[in-house]
Ligand binder design. Sequence first.
Ligand SMILES: *Cc1c(COP(=O)(O)O)cnc(C)c1O
Length: 393
Amino acid sequence: MTRKAPATDLVHPDYQPPEGFRALSTPVHHASTVLFDSLDAYRHRNGMDETGYVYGTVGTPTTFSLTHRIAAIEGGVNAVLAPSGLGAISLCMMSLLKPGDHVLIADGAYPPTRSLGDGFLRRMGIEVDYYDPMLGAGIAGLMRANTRLVWTEAPASITFEVPDLPAIAAAAHARGALVALDNTWSAGWFLKPFDKGIDLSVQALTKYQAGHGDLVMGAVTTRDEALWREVRGTALQLGVCVAPDDAWLVLRGLPTLALRLAHVERAALALAHWLASQPEVKRVLHPALPSCPGHEHWRRDFTGSSGLFSFVLDERFDEADVERMLQGMRWFKLGASWGGPNSLALTYRLGHARTAVPWIERGQLVRLSIGFEDVEDLREDLRSGLTRLARKA
Ligand SMILES: *Cc1c(COP(=O)(O)O)cnc(C)c1O
């Protein structure tokens, strides 16, 4: 061996990965630089496909493992990762839309999706309209010659209307438009989007895939290879990528995805049915309950339900009452994002969240995300909350 100074050794340790080390977990590969065997190999590098490794932003074995697993869960060909769920939504929009195009976004979509429509998309010269999520095949009447994309979300983020996805998809495809779905609520587990005519499915992996309330990430999964190449190409042009540690944490959570969903499904259903029988509650908005608009679409298209739902309180209670109820909760914490171990509760002012169809319920709305606590503890917490609510100041 020729001389190797300590400073050089810091960079070139005599390290070889262990032979025969067959651990079950995917290693976390940190990389900016990826080495090539020859200049020729570098000159012919291909960052587009996942056939070789080119550079840290372009993908590592850790991130490719995750894209393949998310795509397999949803039943798509492949996925592209984004640094947050909202980042995946904007990546999807930026991949498909150009100035002069028209996009139809469901009223009731995740509110930041509306902000993206009203802000960045309009600023880029894209025409944005909102539509009644229950319109179904009637969406045909809103399609224009330049309509490129119909944005759906199933169910609606806060109000839980379940759209007729196959009818919307058929109407959009008949006019040459694509259909994207925000599939976060089902975690890609309870709704297989590509059987329903969806072209691109977006998820906030932040929620159930990560599942522990400790990171943010998103994914766009596509029905076919050509669409995947469009989204992947845009991500590469924009430099959109995720950190390997975060990708590993999501991979770490996936083996328990079905167990966690089974728990929150059961607990949320028990609490939703219980809430529906309480005199302070006017209406429960849970896709698996007939009181939810589009319940029949949920029954037809979904195989189960997750842990996020809302309820509307009787009209005699005002905002101060619901604040008294929520701020005194013991287990339900106040906070956005959901899908983790902790149950969460929030209330919303829905007045301007809608433009296509007015929100007509006059009672206060509370949205719950059911976590992994014991369901009887949660019921007790809600019971004392309703008692506080009814104790008018
Ligand atoms: C949380 C959420 C998102 C955005 O995910 P982030 O990772 O928080 O950006 C998108 N859509 C829905 C339906 C969500 O609930």
